[in-house]
Every structure is written in structure tokens, then in C-alpha cells.
Design a protein around this ligand. Structure first.
Ligand code: URA
Length: 168
């Protein structure tokens, strides 16, 4: 299966009820051969409007941190645990995570990134595939709001930059 086929499956998915109140599925996007994958929680209102991940406030913050660390977002595969916006942007329920997470696993299998950064506790539930390095950090929305979380986020991305520059 290609990423395109997977996107179609995600757009047509009825395994949970979230799709009912949405404008677009937000499957995630990025090059099929990305070395780095970033995973968030679920799309928000801006993402629902556009069908693209991390384009709202948290996305702008994320873009800034990526560019400060010399990482080109165009080379990164950006995704989420859950592929549809949730009502009032609440955290996804466990059954929604369970229904949706196979799509993320399929993205990891297709892209085979070297490193996957799991942003926030919900993302930490992602499956771990052999041969991929996983880094857990806080969610960019939390990093925007709280100094302690921001410091952790910055440290983790600085460490990521170093990891990416080490050839393996
Ligand atoms: N927050 C997320 O977790 N994902 C997005 O795509 C946008 C905001």
C-alpha cells in the first residue's frame, strides 16, 4: 500500500465516530522517505479546515523550533495519533486511539523514519517498531504555555538535532 492509498482509507474511515463532526481527515504529510517523523495528539480546528497537520498556533511554534534547530519541515513527516479533530479539541478517548493507531503504525512502516518524536502523553502511546528510534517529548501546545515544558521541549529538540547530525 502507498501513502496515498492509506490517506484514502483514513478519509473513508468509520471505525470511530469522530469523522461525523469534521470537515477533513488529517492523515499527516511529508516525504515518503523522511528520516524524521513527528507525532502529535489530534488535529485541531485549523487542521480540520485544511486537512493538514500542525498548521495552527502549535504548528507555528513547532515550525519555529524546527527552524531554530536547522530542521527543514519539508523534509519531516508530520502526523498525529488520531486523524480527525475531536469535539472542542478534547483529548481522544482510548477507543478512538485504539481505532486510529494502526494508521500511524502503517505510516511508520511505509516511511521507515530513523527517528520518531512523540509529542505529548497521548502520542507516547504510539506503537514502537523495531529499527526505529523513539524520542518522547512534551506537546508543543504545552511547551508554548508553560516555561518548564518549553525548556524540556527545547532541550529535546536540541538533542534531536545532534542525533540527526550523527550519521548512522
Ligand atoms: N495539535 C496536535 O496534536 N496536532 C495537530 O495536528 C495540531 C495541533
Amino acid at each position: 500500500m502507498s501513502l496515498k492509498d492509506l490517506n484514502t482509507k483514513i478519509a473513508q474511515c468509520r471505525k470511530c465516530k469522530l469523522w461525523k463532526d469534521t470537515n477533513n481527515a488529517v492523515p499527516g504529510e511529508g516525504p515518503a522517505n523522511a528520516k524524521l517523523m513527528l507525532v502529535g495528539q489530534n488535529p485541531g480546528a485549523e487542521e480540520d479546515k485544511t486537512g493538514k497537520p500542525f498548521v495552527g498556533r502549535a504548528g507555528k511554534f513547532l515550525n519555529k523550533v524546527l527552524s531554530e534547530n536547522g530542521i527543514d519541515r519539508n523534509e519531516v513527516f508530520v502526523s498525529n495519533i488520531v486523524k480527525h479533530v475531536t469535539p472542542q479539541n478534547r483529548p481522544p478517548f482510548p477507543d478512538e486511539v485504539e481505532a486510529c493507531v494502526p494508521y500511524l503504525a502503517a505510516q511508520m512502516e511505509l516511511v521507515k523514519p530513523r527517528i520518531v518524536v512523540l509529542m505529548g502523553k497521548v502520542a507516547w502511546q504510539a506503537p514502537r517498531l523495531e529499527g526505529i528510534e523513539y524520542i518522547e517529548t512534551v506537546h508543543p501546545s504545552a511547551a508554548m504555555r508553560f516555561t518548564k515544558m518549553r525548556n524540556r521541549f527545547m532541550e529535546d529538540f536540541a538533542a534531536l538535532k545532534k542525533r540527526l547530525n550523527v550519521s548512522s
